[in-house]
Design a protein around this ligand. Structure first.
Ligand SMILES: [Zn+2]
Ligand SMILES: [Zn+2]
Length: 227
C-alpha cells in the first residue's frame, strides 16, 4: 500500500484544504492512505481513522517540540507546544503510539539535526515533499524512513509517500488497518518515495526564480534525484 505520511489540513494555521479534499487528491494520485498531522492540534478529536472517498485517513499531530518537529500517531492525543523532544518520545511510547522525527535535516529550522538519531523516535522522515535540502541529505543519512509530502494544499499531496509492501489495502477494519501501518513503521518495513511534481517545484521556486531574473543571484537549491 501507498500512504502519504505527512499531510496538513486547514486545521493547521498555515494550510488551506479540508481533510476531504486532501483525501480526494490522494485518490487521484493513486494513494491508498494519508496521515494527517496538523501543527500542535488534531483535525479529528480522538484521532480515529476514517475512510473518505475510498482513502484511509489516519489522524495524528506534528508537535513543535523545543528541539524541532516530531509527528505522533496512534495515541489520539495532542501535546504541549515546546515540550522536550526526548520527553515526548518517552511519553508517546508509554501511551502505545509512534513518533516520527519530521524533516530532521531541514535547513529551514524546526529540525532536530544531529539529535534525530539520538532522540529514540520510532522512525525518521526520509523524504519530505516540501524540503529538497532535507530529502537530498537524507538519501545518505537515513537508510529506512517514512516519506510524506508535507502538503499544505491538496495539489502537493503525493509529492512524497511511503510504500508498505507487507500490507495490502483493506477497508474492513480501520482501527486494525491503522495498527498494521504503525507497526510496519516500527519494524522498518517501509520504503520512502519522492517525486515532487514540476508544478509544485515551480510554485515553490517561482519566487527564487523571480529573484534570480531580477538580481542574477542563485538561491541555495540542490535538485533531488528521481525515485
Ligand atoms: Zn514540520
Ligand atoms: Zn509538516
Amino acid at each position: 500500500m501507498k500512504i502519504d505520511f505527512h499531510v496538513h489540513s486547514n486545521h493547521s494555521v498555515d494550510a488551506l484544504d479540508t481533510v476531504e479534499s486532501l483525501a480526494l487528491a490522494a485518490r487521484k494520485k493513486g494513494l491508498d492512505a494519508i496521515a494527517v498531522c496538523d501543527h500542535d492540534t488534531m483535525a479529528r478529536k480522538g484521532g480515529r481513522p476514517q475512510l473518505i472517498g475510498g482513502v484511509l485517513v489516519l489522524f495524528g499531530t506534528e508537535v513543535s517540540t523545543a528541539q524541532g518537529h516530531v509527528q505522533v500517531f496512534g495515541t489520539g492525543k495532542t501535546y504541549k507546544k515546546g515540550i522536550d523532544a526526548f520527553k515526548l518520545v518517552e511519553k508517546v511510547k508509554s501511551e502505545g503510539g509512534i513518533t516520527i522525527v519530521a524533516h530532521p535535516y531541514s535547513r529551514r529550522g524546526h529540525a532536530l539535526h544531529e539529535l534525530a538519531p539520538q532522540v529514540g523516535a520510532t522512525a525518521l522522515e526520509k523524504f519530505n515533499g516540501r524540503d529538497f535540502v532535507h530529502s537530498w541529505r537524507a538519501r545518505r543519512l537515513i537508510a529506512v524512513g517514512t516519506g510524506g509530502s508535507d502538503a499544505h494544499v491538496a495539489a502537493e499531496v503525493g509529492n512524497a509517500w511511503t510504500e508498505i509492501e507487507t500490507i495490502k489495502p483493506s477497508h474492513k477494519n480501520l482501527a486494525s488497518a491503522e495498527a498494521d501501518i504503525l507497526s510496519a513503521v516500527a519494524k522498518g518495513q517501509i520504503t520512502a518515495r519522492y517525486r515532487p511534481s514540476l508544478a509544485s517545484i515551480a510554485s515553490r521556486y517561482a519566487q527564487k526564480l523571480g529573484r534570480f531574473i531580477r538580481t542574477g543571484k542563485v538561491g541555495m537549491y540542490a535538485p533531488p534525484n528521481k525515485g
